[in-house]
Design a protein around this ligand. Structure first.
Ligand code: DX5
Ligand code: ZN
Length: 215
């Protein structure tokens, strides 16, 4: 069964409590929280004043996706805000190994996100230190974009690397996931589906989460 991680970016920010309660009552496994700094990506989302109360309000795992430069500066603050998984972008981390050690030493699971153009080969010498690889299936920055089909090959290549190295790493797919393309994403080897628009813009988000969970 896949892990379902609805992305709060598509939630109703004037009614966040309602959406948190909806997710708590649903079959969602994780809350996916997208942090954007306006420098690493061409958009600004939200920070600690949103993350802290949301992490408090949820009974689920808080999966924080940092689309920011210099994530190491803020790792401790995200841990204090309630993050359980902290994911940094490989493109923003010249000292990735150090970032991962820091995240783990703070008691969180360590994730690494790859932009669509970044080959999975770059994880060759670090895969055993990673709890979660987030493959971006859109260019990060916005919800509601189209899934990039090439991601399916990247999932297969990553799965092979994980198996070869005997690593214990989850594969998360982020961007453009729908009920239509999710079966092929899972078949390629993904473990975690992030879904923003597919969940929050559907007529019945709880039923949509249940449908994703059943795939
Ligand atoms: C994009 C974010 C995603 C986004 C996904 O930069 O990382 O998590 O919210 O939204 P959808 O599922 O609508 O593509
Ligand atoms: Zn994300």
């Amino acid at each position: 069964m896949p892990i379902i991680a609805p992305s709060l970016l598509s939630a109703d920010f004037l009614n966040l409590q309602k959406d948190c309660e909806m997710l708590n009552a649903s079959e969602a496994d994780w809350f996916h929280l997208d942090v954007m700094d306006g420098s690493f990506v061409p958009n600004i989302s939200f920070g600690f004043p949103v993350i802290e109360p949301v992490c408090k309000a949820t009974t689920k795992v808080c999966d924080v996706h940092l689309m920011i430069l210099e994530p190491g500066k803020y790792a401790e603050a995200f841990q204090k805000a309630g993050a359980n998984i902290l994911t940094v972008h490989i493109e923003a981390c010249p000292h990735l190994h150090r970032n991962l050690q820091q995240i783990k030493s703070l008691g969180m699971k360590a994730g690494v996100a790859l932009n669509p153009h970044t080959p999975v080969d770059q994880l060759h010498d670090i895969i055993q230190d990673i709890d979660l690889v987030c493959l971006m299936s859109v260019n990060p920055g916005f919800g509601g974009q189209q899934f990039i089909p090439r991601t399916l090959d990247k999932i297969r290549a990553l799965k092979q690397l994980i198996t070869e190295r005997g690593a214990n790493t989850l594969i998360e797919i982020d961007g453009g996931v729908t009920l239509e393309n999710a079966p092929s994403i899972l078949q390629a080897g993904a473990d975690v589906l992030v879904a923003g628009n597919t969940v929050f813009k559907s007529a019945d988000p709880v039923a949509t989460i249940a449908a994703l969970k059943k795939l």
